[in-house]
Write a protein that binds this ligand. Structure first.
Ligand SMILES: C[S@@+](CC[C@H](N)C(=O)[O-])C[C@H]1O[C@@H](n2cnc3c(N)ncnc32)[C@H](O)[C@@H]1O
Length: 251
């Protein structure tokens, strides 16, 4: 890794180490209702090879996906560059009596071979070279499945999603609720990431299809959206709704 890439990784690690304490306070990051957990479990089971497959969760964070997978009998390796985020994951896994192997590494340096599937949720936007990461993940699971779990936000979501976001933030502020993160990335850091403004399904399909993963398919995760909306405690939030969620699958 050259000095510039190392400096970017250091800034990203510092940001997420600081975010680790409060990341799970956001319901969008860490859904907790029985219905939400059940629809996420069903989506992962439907879109990944069956357990006991070996799955690599890249940018695993506090382990939302890793823990659901481990609970279903998958062998899970959770990779993240933030020790703070992985610490939260390990504490949650221990409390739940689940086994998740953790690796502190850059997403583009994922372990070679040995996996039946690679999954990520909300990591792509913060990678300096998403195409390079996709190649590394293919080397991690050369005959396996790729599963990208994303939502429509930012420029990629267009005016409707920007208005929804504005409404969501206004309602949260009115209730003095927790912001999603302790801070935002600064402009200089955001400029390092080509997908920092959000990425729509069209862009992600073409990114995957240009990689060694080859042809990709898309599924709208309406069940996940439905459960997330039902979990909102107040009517105005339910009227504003939640961002569209989708999966890109290849391999
Ligand atoms: C938005 S969080 C998503 C966490 C988790 N996947 C989830 O769905 O809750 C992004 C995560 O990616 C990690 N991350 C950011 N850049 C990374 C990189 N280059 N390599 C590995 N992990 C990275 C961060 O530390 C953070 O835990």
């Amino acid at each position: 890794m050259d000095a510039e890439a190392g400096a970017i990784s250091d800034q990203v690690r510092t940001y997420w180490d600081l975010d680790a304490e409060t990341y799970d306070h956001s319901p969008g990051h860490n859904p907790t209702t029985a219905l939400e957990l059940a629809v996420w479990a069903a989506a992962l089971r439907r879109l990944l090879p069956s357990p006991p497959a070996r799955v690599l969760d890249v940018g695993a964070g506090t382990g939302f996906l890793s823990l659901i997978l481990a609970r279903q009998g998958y062998y899970v390796t959770a990779l993240d560059l933030s020790p703070g985020m992985l610490g939260q994951l390990q504490a949650k896994a221990a409390a739940a009596g689940l086994s998740v192997h953790t690796v502190e590494a850059n997403a583009s340096d994922s372990p070679e071979g040995g996996f039946d599937g690679v999954v990520e949720r909300h990591l792509l936007w913060t990678l300096p070279d998403p195409a390079r990461a996709l190649e590394a993940w293919h080397r991690s699971a050369p005959t396996g499945r790729l599963l990208l779990l994303e939502s429509l936000w930012g420029q990629a979501g267009g005016l409707v999603e920007q208005l929804r976001r504005t409404g969501h933030d206004a309602l949260r502020r009115a209730r003095r609720g927790h912001p999603d993160h302790h801070a935002e990335y600064g402009d200089a850091l955001r400029a390092q990431f080509p997908l920092a403004g959000g990425a729509g399904p069209e862009q992600l399909v073409s990114l995957v299809e240009s990689s060694s993963w080859g042809s990709a398919r898309v599924e709208r995760l309406r069940d996940v959206e439905w459960a997330a909306r039902r979990a909102l405690p107040h009517l105005p939030d339910r009227l504003v709704g939640v961002a569209p969620r989708f999966a890109i699958v290849a391999g």
